[in-house]
Design a protein around this ligand. Structure first.
Ligand code: 5GP
Length: 195
């Protein structure tokens, strides 16, 4: 017989060890939806303070940042624009090192305060390339807002003004982040289980 207390303990344990399978790989929850939302609120409050009286342009980097950008923008309480840009450099679970061009920038950012919204900064090479390209259009300022950062992987010096959470050097999926195109549609963030 399992009493009420025992079943509560069991259900908590099951939640803690929640795992999912994405294609051929197994991932376990490491950042809960609740933790993500509270970090986003914290960052949005800072942005609201820092950009008071301004009209920033948010540039959300597709595909990975689409959920983060949607949640972040709903916490922003000043007039602002958002545009979705794209550049891909990732295949499977390892950075390819090939950095492609920015597409989809349909807002004139000249003289405007720009905030780049990214899902995750790993080596930082993608972000460094993007900053160089965007700076050529003479924005008033550019700041980086990333959901996740792997500090131990950074290969370039980057001034990351807004970061929701630093994580170890592990591959993560969920909440917009994918493994080979799959796994974006979860509320929590999952880390690859090493086998
Ligand atoms: P970087 O140029 O900083 O090495 O790579 C940045 C891009 O690689 C991110 O925008 C993201 O698309 C991808 N990336 C880096 N680490 C991970 C990870 O752990 N999981 C997923 N799904 N994508 C990652």
């Amino acid at each position: 017989m399992v009493d009420e207390h025992q079943s509560e303990v069991i259900s908590k344990l099951m939640q803690r060890s929640r795992i999912i399978k994405v294609k051929d790989k197994t991932f376990a929850v490491t950042i809960s939806e609740r933790a993500i939302k509270s970090q986003i609120k914290r960052i949005a409050e800072r942005i609201n303070r820092d950009y008071e009286g301004k009209e920033p342009v948010f540039l959300a980097v597709l595909n990975g940042s689409f959920i983060f950008a949607a949640d972040l923008l709903r916490e922003i309480d000043m007039p602002c624009e958002i545009s979705f840009i794209k550049l891909t450099s990732y295949e499977g679970t390892k950075t390819t090192g090939n950095i492609r061009e920015i597409i989809g920038l349909n807002v004139d950012i000249t003289g405007r305060p720009v905030i780049i919204v990214e899902d995750i900064v790993d080596t930082g090479l993608t972000m460094a390339h993007m900053l160089d390209t965007l700076k050529k259009q003479n924005p008033e300022s550019i700041n980086i807002c990333t959901l996740l950062l792997k500090p131990s992987k950074l290969q370039v010096r980057l001034n990351i003004r807004y970061c929701c959470k630093q994580i170890p050097d592990d591959f993560v999926v969920g909440y917009g982040l994918d493994y080979d195109g799959f796994g974006r549609n979860t509320k929590d963030i999952y880390t690859l289980v090493k086998q």
